[in-house]
Design a protein around this ligand. Structure first.
Ligand SMILES: Cc1cc2nc3c(=O)[nH]c(=O)nc-3n(C[C@H](O)[C@H](O)[C@H](O)COP(=O)(O)O)c2cc1C
Ligand code: SF4
Length: 453
C-alpha cells in the first residue's frame, strides 16, 4: 500500500512521488523554439510537484511516422542534445522526465491528413504487414490513403536500432528513462496486434513472435543506452469494432500475458491501456467536442486536414458515434491494471479518466487516506497519471499533492475540445471557457502555489 506522496522505484531510479503527467501532444516540432515550447508545456507540472513527466510521443526517424502535426523528431543527436535544457529544468524542481519513443507506421499522418499527403506525395508508410482489408476498404472509398512499405526482416532490425539510437541520445541529454508508445495504435501496437501483424518471419505468426519486436527494441536500448529505466504502454484491444468487422485482436488476457513476458524480457514498468485497433476515441474517452467542431476560425484548416467539408462532416459524425461508444468512465483502465499487477512485480502505472484524489488513493490502495480506501483494499497500480487535466491545469500537481482535508478533483471535464483542433497543428491547450474561468479563480486563491513558488 502506498500513498501518492511516497517515492517509487522504476528500474533503479527513484521517482519522488507517484503522480505522473501522462504523454500528451505538445506540438513543439523541431524548429528553433521547440525546446522553449517543451519547457513552457512541461515545466509547470514539475514545478507543481509532479514526480514523473512523460513527454508526448517523439518520432525515431527523420521522415514520416508522425501521427499528428507538430510532433517532435528525435533521430538527430544534435537536436536531442539541445533538450538537456528541458531535462535540467525538470530536474531543478526535483522531478524526473521520460521521453516517449514512437513511429506511427500505418497510423501516420500521410494516410489521413489530406494537406500533408499532398505536400509529401512520395512518403510511404512503414508497415508490419499489408494493411488489413478493413483499412484497404477505407482507402478504396477515399477516407484513408495507403502507400505501405512492408518492412522486410532486415528493416525491422534497422527500425529497432533507431529506437536504440534515439534512446541513447535522450539519455545523453539527461532524460531519466525511456517510455515506448506501445498502445496508441502506432507501430509497436501494430507488431503486437494480430489485426495488423500477419508476418511469417521471426516477428509474426503467434503471440510470442509478435512480442519479438519489443524484445529487440529492449536489447537495442540496453546495448546503446545502458541500463536506463525502460517502460512501455501495453494494449488490450476494445471489443469495438466488433466481429466480424474485426475478429483478430488482443484480449485483456493477451494484454496481461504481454505484461508478464515484458517483465521477463527486462522492461522496468508497464502502463496497461485499453485501446482500439483503429484510431478512435478509445484512449480519450469523453464527450463529443461540439465546441471544437463548430469553431468558425478553424473550419478552413479542418477542411484542409480532412480533404474538404464533406469529409470533415463525416469525420465529425464518426466522432459523435464514438463518443457514445466510448463514454467517459472514471479510471477506465483500473481492471486491466489490477489484473496486470497480480501477475508482475514491476511497477504498474495507471492512466485514463483519473480525476479525483479520492479515487487516486483507492487505486493506490492507500487505506490511510482519510477513509478514501479501505485498510484492506488491494492496490490496482503503483502510480497514477493524467493527461488532459494537465492541459486544463498545468500546475495541477500542487492541488493534488496538497495537505489538507479536502479531496481535490481535476477541473478537466473530458469534453475533448482540446483534441480536434490539434489536427490543424494548433497547440494542445484547454479550450473550454468554464474550465479556464475556474482555473483563474483557483490561481487567484493561491491553489497552485507550492512551498518553492
Ligand atoms: C491530445 C492528446 C495527445 C496524446 N498523445 C499521446 C502520446 O503522444 N502518447 C501516448 O502514449 N498517449 C497519448 N495520449 C493519451 C494519454 O496519454 C492518456 O492515456 C489519455 O489521454 C487518457 O488519459 P486522461 O483521461 O487523463 O486524458 C494523448 C491524449 C491526448 C488527449
Ligand atoms: S478542453 Fe479542457 S476540459 Fe475539455 S478535455 Fe480538454 S483540457 Fe479537459
Amino acid at each position: 500500500m502506498a500513498s501518492l506522496e511516497d517515492p517509487l522505484e522504476i528500474g533503479g531510479l527513484t521517482v519522488p512521488n507517484r503522480l505522473y503527467r501522462a504523454p500528451l501532444l505538445e506540438c513543439a516540432g523541431n524548429g528553433p523554439d521547440a525546446v522553449d515550447v517543451l519547457i513552457d508545456d512541461l515545466e509547470p507540472a514539475a514545478e507543481s510537484g509532479v514526480g514523473l513527466i512523460c513527454q508526448g510521443a517523439t518520432i525515431v526517424r527523420g521522415e514520416g511516422g508522425c501521427a499528428a502535426p507538430g510532433m517532435t523528431r528525435v533521430h538527430d543527436p544534435a537536436f536531442v542534445s539541445r533538450l538537456s535544457r528541458l531535462t535540467d529544468r525538470i530536474h531543478d524542481h526535483g522531478g524526473r522526465i521520460f521521453v516517449q519513443l514512437e513511429h506511427g507506421g500505418l497510423r501516420s499522418m500521410e494516410t489521413w491528413h489530406a494537406e500533408y499527403r499532398r505536400e509529401h506525395p512520395d512518403l510511404e508508410q512503414l508497415a508490419v504487414s499489408k494493411p488489413p482489408w478493413q483499412l484497404r476498404a477505407l482507402d478504396r472509398v477515399g477516407f484513408l490513403s495507403y502507400d505501405p512499405h512492408v518492412m522486410p526482416t532486415d528493416e525491422v532490425y534497422d527500425l529497432a536500432a533507431d529506437f536504440g539510437r534515439a534512446a541513447a541520445a535522450a539519455v545523453e541529454a539527461g532524460y531519466d528513462g525511456i517510455h515506448l508508445a506501445g498502445a496508441n495504435m502506432g507501430i509497436v501496437q501494430q507488431f503486437l496486434s494480430p489485426f495488423y501483424n500477419r508476418r511469417d518471419d521471426e516477428f509474426g505468426g503467434g503471440p510470442e513472435a509478435r512480442l519479438e519486436f519489443l524484445a529487440l527494441v529492449h536489447d537495442e536500448i540496453r546495448d546503446r543506452a545502458g541500463d536506463v529505466p525502460l517502460m512501455t504502454k501495453i494494449p488490450a484491444e476494445t471489443p469495438a469494432p466488433p466481429a466480424p468487422i474485426v475478429d483478430r485482436k488482443l484480449s485483456l488476457d493477451d494484454g496481461v500475458e504481454i505484461a508478464r513476458r515484458l517483465e521477463q524480457i527486462g522492461y522496468d514498468a508497464v502502463v496497461p491501456v485499453q485501446t482500439s485497433v483503429v484510431w478512435d476515441m478509445s484512449i480519450v474517452r469523453g464527450e463529443y467536442p461540439d465546441r471544437a467542431w463548430e469553431n468558425e476560425a478553424l473550419q478552413e484548416e479542418y477542411d484542409a486536414a480532412f480533404g474538404g467539408s464533406v469529409r470533415k462532416r463525416l469525420v465529425a459524425l464518426g466522432n459523435r458515434v464514438q463518443s457514445l461508444q466510448y463514454d467517459f468512465e472514471p479510471a477506465w483502465n483500473e481492471d486491466f491494471c489490477r489484473r496486470v499487477r497480480d501477475e508482475v512485480s514491476i511497477p504498474v502505472l495507471a492512466e485514463g479518466g483519473i480525476r479525483e484524489r479520492g479515487r487516486i488513493d483507492r487505486l493506490l490502495g492507500d487505506g490511510s487516506a482519510g477513509g478514501a480506501a479501505g485498510a484492506d483494499s488491494q492496490p490496482a497500480c503503483d502510480a497514477v497519471g493524467m493527461a488532459r487535466p494537465f492541459y486544463a491545469e498545468p500546475r495541477l500537481g500542487a492541488r493534488l499533492l496538497a495537505d489538507g482535508d479536502e479531496t481535490p478533483r481535476a477541473l478537466c471535464e473530458s469534453c475533448n475540445n482540446c483534441t480536434v483542433p490539434q489536427v490543424t497543428g494548433a497547440p494542445g491547450i484547454c479550450r473550454t471557457p468554464d474550465v479556464l474561468r475556474k482555473r483563474g479563480e483557483l490561481e487567484r486563491s493561491g491553489a497552485y502555489e507550492t512551498s518553492g513558488s
